[in-house]
Write a protein that binds this ligand. Structure first.
Ligand code: SF4
Ligand code: SF4
Length: 351
């Protein structure tokens, strides 16, 4: 199970997707519960916990990270960070981390436009440093109308400092923009080109770890997702600095997301939204994002629009499965290399 521990609501950046720090009365800037309580809760509920530090910017509270890593036994440790304050955590702790997800949106001009001048260079430098320490690095992109998905992903693959690439679309939780036009003219054609490169490499036995492709392919072999691939509420929970337990780390204000407290909480028994129950691609999608399906900021029509693009992307990946199965049968690629558990990395799979 995945435990996302919010170390603080504070952030040192003000990226235009999310606007920076949470107000202190929404998400506390310091941890208010007792780590020993968290330890006993994790120990009684989970024999193989993955613990990922989250924020705000988690590295704004390195003391909590160190204290937690010294107190708990986790199978896997990680951080979701904006990648600018990596040196706040001593190297000895980084060496114990398994995975770091660093925010970067692709090429320098795209990243700096949304995250601030000079951010791209700092993130690339820090990703390279973490990789040199043996930490697995994941590029965590936010994709907007400025993004050319093909160019941004290709750039990050070619940089060579990220082991895996993942992205999320800046939709539903942001202001409405001309997503439909962009998706048809830029995003979906870009995905086709990326998929071609992915398949060309795969046919030579090389796996480019593009998570929105890999996670769907994996679902084919593992039986699929019973809810959002991020695990929200059923195989992943978030602990806020005040000790609330939420299904989704974004839903800090929403009542529907509250599952209890660090002392006692429940999990969702049936995490697949009702409207997904009859969907022919639900196995590969799991309902995409639990937050988006509960908070339809773009209205029902906007939600359906995003969903239609999701289905086109899913069908594109699914159409390659026969070819991928052939590559497995021919021994070009192993099935085991295509198995991906997003909960181990705290990724969402479906952009
Ligand atoms: S593609 Fe849409 S309807 Fe189908 S499972 Fe995903 S979110 Fe639900
Ligand atoms: S995909 Fe949606 S439900 Fe899952 S963590 Fe992200 S915002 Fe929350």
């Amino acid at each position: 199970m995945l435990w996302l521990l919010m170390t603080t609501g504070k952030c040192n950046l003000v990226c235009d997707y999310c606007g920076g720090s949470f107000p202190r009365d929404v998400v506390s800037w310091s941890v208010k519960y007792d780590i020993s309580k968290l330890k006993s809760t994790i120990e009684t509920r989970d024999r193989s916990p993955t613990v990922i530090f989250y924020g705000g910017e988690p590295l704004m509270n390195p003391k909590f990270i160190m204290k937690t890593m010294d107190s708990l036994n986790a199978t896997r440790w990680g951080v979701q960070t904006n990648g600018t304050a990596v040196r706040m955590l001593p190297e000895s702790y980084w060496k114990r981390m398994n995975v770091a997800l660093l925010s970067i949106d692709g090429r320098e001009q795209i990243t700096d436009k949304h995250r601030g001048k000079g951010i791209y260079k700092r993130v690339v430098e820090n990703a390279s440093y973490l990789k040199s320490l043996g930490v697995e690095t994941i590029a965590r992109m936010a994709v907007t109308m400025d993004s050319d998905i093909y160019e941004e992903v290709k750039h990050l693959v070619e940089l060579g400092v990220f082991d895996k690439i993942h992205w999320q679309l800046n939709v539903i939780w942001s202001e409405r923009w001309d997503f439909e036009n962009w998706a048809e003219k830029s995003y979906l054609p870009g995905l086709e080109k990326l998929m071609d490169i992915f398949m060309q490499n795969l046919s030579q036995g090389i796996l480019i770890k593009i998570i929105p492709f890999l996670g769907v392919i994996s679902a084919h072999f593992t039986g699929g997702y019973r809810g959002s691939p991020c695990g929200a509420g059923y195989s992943s929970i978030t602990v806020t600095p005040e000790g609330r337990v939420l299904s989704c780390p974004i839903a800090v204000r929403e009542k529907w997301a509250e599952l209890g407290t660090v002392n006692e909480f429940r999990l969702l028994e049936d995490p697949l939204p009702d409207y997904c129950k009859t969907c022919d691609v639900k196995k590969y999608c799991g309902g995409r994002c639990l937050y988006a399906s509960n908070e339809k900021y773009w209205g029902e029509e906007g939600f359906q629009l995003v969903d239609s693009v999701t289905k086109k992307y899913l069908r594109m990946v699914i159409s390659k499965l026969p070819e991928i199965e052939k590559l497995i049968d021919e021994g070009v690629i192993s099935k085991s290399s295509l198995i991906y558990d997003p909960v181990q990395d705290s990724t969402e799979v479906i952009p």
